[in-house]
Design a protein around this ligand. Structure first.
Ligand SMILES: NC(=O)c1ccc[n+]([C@@H]2O[C@H](COP(=O)([O-])OP(=O)(O)OC[C@H]3O[C@@H](n4cnc5c(N)ncnc54)[C@H](OP(=O)(O)O)[C@@H]3O)[C@@H](O)[C@H]2O)c1
Length: 160
């Protein structure tokens, strides 16, 4: 079982929540957004919070927030040495606070909240700084059905 905490409640976060929620071997321990209203509709399915000091333990913290919020929000997570990934294709993995194990989980797809999404058709670009973390995010991508496909820009970037 892979446990995740989602941070953010926009297009990407919402589709990821739905996909994680459907997968047998993923559990969403918590969903954070700075504005609770956006996730209130899900409160019977998942623990929701707008308070970073109450963040729960998880294998992976997913920052699905606006590109310019990634660095600051990552620094506000009140833990160290956890695996924290963002979902952007245009922000460096190094923008995540260095107190974390850092990575990228970038779906190669344009999302809109209302359109149905099947991750079987969505390759996900994966990147981790620590090699041992790569398997964890790869397993997460596989668990939501992302297709396997090689795309290597550097030796630390992968796409499945
Ligand atoms: N949209 C796409 O097609 C797509 C595809 C692949 C990857 N991505 C990447 O995925 C990430 C999320 O994109 P999105 O389209 O889901 O964004 P979005 O729909 O605009 O949602 C942005 C989310 O970020 C939160 N946020 C913004 N500024 C914040 C701050 N300073 N502190 C905390 N939270 C903040 C917003 O909170 P509020 O609800 O409170 O405003 C909202 O939940 C981005 O990195 C984007 O590049 C997007």
């Amino acid at each position: 079982m892979i446990s995740v905490v989602i941070l953010g409640a926009g297009n990407v976060a919402t589709h990821l929540f739905k996909a994680f929620n459907k997968a047998d071997n993923i559990i969403v321990n918590q969903w954070f957004n700075r504005n609770l209203k956006s996730i209130e509709a899900y409160k019977n399915k998942v623990d929701i919070t707008d308070d970073l000091s109450t963040l729960k333990d998880a294998d992976i913290y997913i920052l699905a927030v606006s590109d310019d919020a990634i660095a600051e929000l990552s620094s506000q997570i009140p833990f160290e040495n956890r695996l924290v990934v963002h979902t952007s294709g245009s922000v460096s993995v190094y923008d995540i606070d260095k107190k974390h194990k850092r990575g990228v989980f970038y779906p190669l797809q344009t999302f809109s909240k209302d359109a149905e999404m099947d991750f079987k058709n969505v390759p996900i670009c994966l990147e981790t700084i620590n090699k041992e973390c790569y398997a964890t995010i790869k397993n997460l991508a596989v668990a939501i059905g992302s297709p396997k496909k090689e795309l290597m820009e550097t030796n630390v970037k992968y796409c499945i």
